[in-house]
Design a protein around this ligand. Structure first.
Ligand code: MG
Length: 375
């Protein structure tokens, strides 16, 4: 699809907030437990319009190497001063001010995605249309954190009954085979996957090969976050497809993984790979290799969740994503619109841009700090 065009969009000002939302339930994965969601929220303003981006980095570098302090610093010191007061014809035009800075894909994504929202609104287009996607709803599954096996079984049952189209179980060494035996015997036909969040190594080959007995859709990120090579070695010995998440932070990583058969499915998170443009490049190269993609989640609040839903309307998002109902995570969200799945389908918010509006009074309640940028 040709990229829509308009006259350059001038960024009048920006607001960078740090938001703290309490999670309804602690969320445990192999690297730790989260009890609250702390995240940067970026608001770009232009001629009466606002574009929103939500950072997915953690307070400390425990998922990838980025952290909230490093993100806030890069935003404050270089990215926002380079954007505010300047004009950009399209999202591609942001690249020159971001490429000099190494890494920091999550920080760059926060800015890039806020611009996409603003730009789509200026064109009076839903983000999905600006991205080249289509459709009124996307199929979604759920990701269940680590907990006692009996409790996990109950949670699987409840989400299967709600119609979610895939159940993903977080696993780690010592919390894997027994869990899978119980869940698979109780739910023989449910689409099931596991996510190890980097907690195994090739020394666990014999154990990982036992996963083939459970008819899993895929094993997500079994090995190190910065590794592709060992995943290729592992894939040769497994019949279950490997799906990379943490290891894919750019289209180059995706190409390396596809060329070496280190991944047969890819989890795309726009917030992890630098934003929507890089997501689209990864989506496209996976499509060329006939490798399906799906959209992962980082426990996003309403802004990040809405971005994920729009991105998931691209054609090669052929597996159910992690963008489940916001009410599974938060008692109250920062947007007015309810992002709730029904029978495993999440409606795409309508209206220009990401199609959600900020609940300003609640936002003020949960704002830890606000910095404004203007010139
Ligand atoms: Mg994952």
């Amino acid at each position: 699809m040709p990229t829509p065009t308009r006259s350059p969009l001038k960024i009048d000002s920006a607001e960078l907030r740090l938001i703290r939302l309490k999670l309804l339930n602690p969320f445990t994965i192999s690297v730790g437990t989260m009890t609250e969601k702390l995240f940067p929220l970026l608001i770009l303003k232009s001629d009466g319009l606002e574009g929103y981006g939500e950072g997915v980095m953690d307070p400390l570098p425990d998922f990838l190497e980025e952290s909230i302090p490093s993100a806030m610093n890069l935003m404050r010191e270089v990215l926002l001063p380079a954007v505010v007061g300047h004009s950009f014809a399209n999202p591609e035009a942001l690249a020159p001010l971001m490429t000099p800075w190494r890494g920091h894909q999550m920080t760059k994504a926060t800015l890039e995605m806020a611009f996409w929202d603003l730009w789509a609104k200026s064109l009076d287009l839903p983000l999905k249309t600006a991205l080249g996607g289509a459709g009124e709803a996307i199929p979604v599954g759920v990701s269940l954190g680590i907990g006692p096996i009996e409790q996990t079984l109950e949670r699987v049952r409840s989400h299967v009954e709600q119609g979610y189209k895939r159940i993903k179980l977080k696993i780690m060494p010592g919390h894997d085979i027994k869990l899978l035996e119980k869940v698979r015997s109780a739910f023989p036909d449910t689409a099931l996957s596991v996510d190890a969040n980097t907690s195994y190594s090739l020394a666990d080959m014999a154990l990982l090969r036992r996963f083939d007995a459970f008819s899993l859709d895929y094993i997500e990120q079994p090995l190190a976050w910065d590794d592709i090579h060992d995943h290729a070695t592992l894939q040769q010995r497994l019949s279950t497809p490997i799906c990379l998440d943490e290891s894919i932070r750019s289209v180059q990583h995706a190409r390396h993984a596809l060329q070496t058969d280190a991944t047969r499915i890819v989890n795309i998170k726009a917030g992890r790979v630098g934003g929507h443009l890089e997501s689209r490049k990864i989506h496209d190269i996976c499509e060329a290799y006939n490798v399906p993609v799906w959209c992962g989640g980082m426990l996003e609040a309403g802004i990040g969740r809405a971005h994920n839903i729009h991105l998931s309307t691209l054609s090669n998002f052929r597996k159910p994503g992690d963008t489940s109902s916001a009410s599974r995570y938060f008692a109250r969200d920062i947007v007015h619109e309810k992002l709730e799945a029904k029978d495993g389908l999440m409606p795409v918010p309508s209206g220009p841009g990401i199609g959600v509006t900020l609940d300003r009074s609640f936002l003020d309640e949960v704002t830890v700090s606000t910095e404004t940028f203007s010139r």
